[in-house]
Design a protein around this ligand. Structure first.
Ligand SMILES: C[C@@]1(CC(=O)O)c2cc3[nH]c(cc4nc(cc5[nH]c(cc(n2)[C@H]1CCC(=O)O)[C@@](C)(CC(=O)O)[C@@H]5CCC(=O)O)C(CC(=O)O)=C4CCC(=O)O)c(CCC(=O)O)c3CC(=O)O
Ligand SMILES: NC(=O)C1=CN([C@@H]2O[C@H](COP(=O)(O)OP(=O)(O)OC[C@H]3O[C@@H](n4cnc5c(N)ncnc54)[C@H](O)[C@@H]3O)[C@@H](O)[C@H]2O)C=CC1
Length: 196
């Protein structure tokens, strides 16, 4: 089965993470990074999650997940260490049309999370379709090393050039030449020529 890759806008959307261990913490951070409003439900939470709550960055409900807790959320992440609870959440999410990521079962998930590199508005996402998260992570680390820092600045400039070319209503070929020239004249020239 092939996963369908998308870039989801979750800014201001309510997202629920069930579980309070290190995996839950990683998922909470990635949701917060994208502007989600995050609630955590778990009887026990680790220090890192407690800190986020003390900083008022998340809402925290300290008890077990109970039926229908996920109603009204855009996304739910089932990150408890109880397989049955995670399964129940997946079933409820399926029935209620809520997007669900089950950390111990890709098959039950409506989406899985990739390894991510960010350079400003540039996002590189790597997934192995759940086959090897470790390989995703190692590829992410390697690509982070070789991806030129200049990407971020260049992308800002390309974004502006694209806006202004669109406003001027330039023909496609002309627009494309402007963008190509900007990339060719940038520090990224070497990277595209010989990979670094
Ligand atoms: C299917 C998926 C579901 C999902 O979580 O969305 C999933 C599932 C599982 N992960 C497990 C293990 C590990 N996960 C990591 C790390 C990450 N896992 C992430 C994603 C995903 N993990 C999704 C598929 C991603 C893909 O397609 O490649 C990353 C990329 C993103 C993120 O978590 O946000 C993040 C790296 C972020 C980064 O640093 O770049 C490490 C390495 C480490 O922790 O150092 C290990 C140990 C090594 C290993 O097992 O490979 C286990 C077994 C648990 C057990 O054995 O008990 C399961 C359950 C199962 O496989 O059934
Ligand atoms: N997707 C991924 O990247 C990875 C997934 N895993 C899987 O993730 C699961 C969680 O891992 P950790 O965070 O290390 O576990 P952990 O043991 O540190 O934390 C488990 C959390 O679940 C909570 N919990 C248990 N029952 C609950 C319930 N009924 N309702 C709400 N919360 C409940 C506990 O209070 C605790 O906060 C593991 O079962 C493991 O299989 C592990 C590594 C990576």
């Amino acid at each position: 089965m092939a996963y369908y890759p998308v870039m989801l806008n979750i800014e201001g959307k309510r997202c629920l993470v069930v579980g309070g261990g290190s995996v839950a913490h990683r998922k909470v951070l990635s949701l917060l990074e994208c502007g989600a409003i995050v609630t955590v439900i778990a009887p026990e939470v680790n220090e890192s999650i407690l800190k986020l709550w003390k900083e008022a960055r998340i809402r925290l409900i300290r008890r077990n997940y109970i039926k229908s807790d996920l109603a009204g959320y855009f996304i739910v992440v089932a990150a408890s260490d109880d397989r049955d609870v995670n399964k129940l959440i997946a079933e409820e999410a399926g029935a209620g049309g809520v997007l669900v990521n089950v950390v111990d079962d890709g098959e039950l998930s409506s989406f899985i999370m990739p390894s991510v590199i960010r350079r400003g508005d540039l996002t590189v996402a790597i997934s192995t379709g759940g086959k090897s998260p470790l390989l995703s992570k190692m590829l992410r680390q390697k690509l982070e090393e070789i991806l030129p820092a200049e990407c971020e600045e260049l992308l800002k400039k390309l974004g502006k050039a694209r806006e202004s070319a669109k406003e001027k209503g330039l023909p496609s070929q002309e627009k494309l030449k402007i963008y190509k020239d900007m990339i060719e004249d940038s520090e990224l020239k070497k990277f595209f020529k010989n990979g670094g």
